[in-house]
Ligand binder design. Sequence first.
Ligand SMILES: *Cc1c(COP(=O)(O)O)cnc(C)c1O
Length: 385
Amino acid sequence: MKPETCNNRIWLSSPHMSGNEMHFIQSAFEQNHVFPLGPNVNGFEEDIKLLTGIRHCTCLVSGTAAIHLALILLGIEQGDEVICSSFTFSASANPILYQKAIPVFIDSEPETWNLKPETLEEAIADRIKRGKKPKAIILVHLYGMPARLDRVMEIADRYEIPVIEDAAESLGSTFDGHYTGTLGEIGIYSFNGNKVITTSGGGAFVSNNEEHCRKAFFLATQARDQAPHYQHSHIGYNYRMSNISAGIGRGQIMVLQQRVEKRRENYFFYKNALKEFTGIRFQDEPDERFYSNHWLTTLLIDPDQTGGITQEDIRLELERHNIESRPLWKPMHLQPVFHEYPAYINGTSESMFEIGLCLPSSSSITHEERNRVVDVIATLIRKGK
Ligand SMILES: *Cc1c(COP(=O)(O)O)cnc(C)c1O
């Protein structure tokens, strides 16, 4: 039997419907609002604003599209340099290349796993010395953990470089009481199927700057000028969210708080159930200002303290028990496609990538399923090599 058809497989991060979604889809069908834009999109944008406190929101086909439009709005063009967290999913960095700009990758700090402020400052100073000031910073909140926003924003403001917060994984996370995605010049969220809530695929562009959201809307809807005929003075994109997808989003955002609580509870559960193993560490919040949605519970496994058991041994053993787990994101500066670009590296993300693992973290995971995961890991480590 292929893994996909096994009914007892435990997935890394599954969509989790609330039951409210069909109501919004139904009403779209009844009114024949089966197209991009429409009342569900408007409603979903209002929901996001109400939740996060952001002033403006434009829903799009994906988080990647939102990053792309953010770069366009900030004037990023061929040859410009854009700073980006190295420890992330490739979608954070790909839009830099869509614009034929140059990514400059910055390594992480061990506490948050996110962009290290000192390395950021060194990199900015060095780029300026070499003759080019970076034009934007893409700041990622990895696995839901807020980056050190106070320090990063202070540095960015001092050098007058706008920050795009890639909050694709961190909807519902807060730093010092502020939702991630709301503190930078522009924020982006993702509603891909594996994220905390989903629209089956979608994203949002958010900003307190009305002009940014108005322009994002304009570019996302084929850049049509004000005229009765189709008149264009800019290159446009077809990036708008569909009214059906937004209906799913409306049903999902109603339960966001519960979804975040369950993801956090998964983290506390794993942490407690595996606490006897000193070779296993978690992505913990450094202090009370950080509130992570713990989108995925992630481990660092030190084989010197687990009798030689590595993260790959654990991944393979989980797979043998029909449980999906996954290595951490491979840092961008190690990716063949980004290899040639400048990178300011301190060793943190590389060493984490080598020993890290993401555990099944769906909000729909059951207590029995989580126990199955823990049993496999504990049995393997107790047995040793
Ligand atoms: C998922 C993700 C994205 C892209 O979002 P899509 O909606 O899938 O395009 C961007 N950045 C990070 C860090 C992500 O995890």
